[in-house]
Design a protein around this ligand. Structure first.
Ligand SMILES: Nc1nc2c(ncn2[C@@H]2O[C@H](COP(=O)(O)OP(=O)(O)OP(=O)(O)O)[C@@H](O)[C@H]2O)c(=O)[nH]1
Length: 353
């Protein structure tokens, strides 16, 4: 029997730097043929577009597959398994498969899918990499210490600290074989050291915690961990409560509830904008006043043939020109992601102003 193809799962909260890390990995793949499966929240396909636009020779558009049916853990049977089947049926098999989960996905159900009969004989989970936005975590955006949260809640009944955000973050940390503390450039040495120590104490024994800026880590560090995560799922404790029994046949139709209905996304489209930096400032204002978690997309700037990629994680907005519009319409398209209850009309109006 041919050797199993290793698959690495890259997870991490919205905007932590998963796409950036994968892009660096592809650019430094040292001849390894890597196939990518991308699962995005929000239907604009920004991550796929950014990676397809990377111009890396070893990585053709055929090597990038986007899952479109929303949450990866809810569409395993309909979307993920058939995608894997197609990849595995190809003549030119990849050396390695990398799966980028959406920033709101639970990794555990995905790893469970590798135990499906047709998949388990041909692919093995090489490792789960959880990318963490070091700056955001140090700034306390995700409550991670359950004991401390409980103590706080006990003090104030009006506070609801158990948001789905912190639970997702904990699940992603609990599932990791390697945790990348990304955005180290935005941390002091002391902050990075303290965060690394804290994450080590809160993750499974033996999990590596390493820091990175712009996800720049050697491909040998990221790939080839060889842990076979699908066979030690029970060690990857899940905080979310799924309503299912353990019968594999049940996966097609079991119902589970987890935080996704707590999040929403929508797209705002407008024509060209006149001034890129003024628009970035406007976007930052909108994010601040409406509690938006993540905003990203492409902007058409008057007089510029290239499209401007706009990326915001919280109120931090990054922009860069990435590639010509080509045949695509010269318009501005942004996906806005936040917790359910976003004032879509007001946000849209503010972005169109
Ligand atoms: N300063 C700094 N910015 C970073 C770093 N890594 C990523 N970013 C920026 O953070 C933003 C989000 O990065 P992505 O790689 O798109 O994050 P992601 O985790 O793929 O985001 P989602 O797919 O939306 O969950 C982009 O503007 C990146 O340029 C880093 O190490 N330092």
């Amino acid at each position: 029997m041919p050797a199993k193809i290793p698959a690495t799962v890259v997870t991490g909260f919205l905007g932590a730097g998963k796409t950036t890390l994968i892009r660096h990995m592809l650019q430094n793949a040292q001849g390894k043929r890597i196939a990518l499966i991308i699962n995005e929240f929000g239907d604009l396909g920004v991550d796929g577009d950014i990676l397809k636009g990377c111009g890396i020779e070893t990585c053709t558009e055929d090597d990038i597959v986007e899952l479109s049916n929303g949450c990866i853990c809810c569409t395993v049977a309909d979307d993920f398994i058939p995608t894997m089947e197609t990849l595995l049926a190809r003549e030119d098999k990849p050396d390695h498969i990398v799966i980028e989960t959406s920033g709101l996905a639970l990794p555990q159900p995905l790893i469970r899918a590798f135990n499906w009969p047709d998949i388990s004989t041909r692919v093995t989970v090489d490792g789960v990499i959880t990318v963490v936005d070091g700056r955001a975590v140090v700034d306390g955006q995700f409550a991670h210490n359950v004991a401390a949260v409980d103590a706080l809640r006990a003090q104030d009944e009006n506070l609801d600290h158990e948001t789905p955000l912190s639970e997702l973050f904990e699940d992603q940390v609990a599932c990791a074989d390697m945790i990348v503390v990304n955005k180290a450039d935005l941390l002091t040495e002391a902050e990075a050291d303290a965060l690394i120590a804290k994450l080590k104490s809160e993750s499974r024994a033996g999990v590596q915690v390493i820091k990175a800026a712009m996800g720049a880590l050697p491909v040998d560090v990221l790939l080839g961990q060889g842990v076979g995560a699908e066979s030690d799922l029970s060690a990857r404790h899940e905080i979310h409560h799924h309503h299912h029994d353990d019968d594999d046949d049940d996966h097609h139709d079991h119902e589970h509830s987890h935080g996704h209905d707590e999040f929403e996304s929508f797209i705002v489209t407008r024509g060209e904008i006149a001034d890129a930096s003024a628009f970035a400032a406007q976007v930052a204002d909108v994010i601040r006043s409406h509690g938006i978690l993540r905003l990203k997309g492409f902007v058409a700037v008057a007089g510029k043939p290239m499209r401007l990629t706009l990326q915001a994680v919280g109120p931090r907005v990054d922009t860069y020109f990435d590639q010509p519009f080509g045949d695509a319409p010269r318009e501005t398209r942004l996906v806005v992601i936040g917790e359910t209850g976003l004032d879509q009309a007001a946000i849209t109006a503010a972005l169109l102003a």
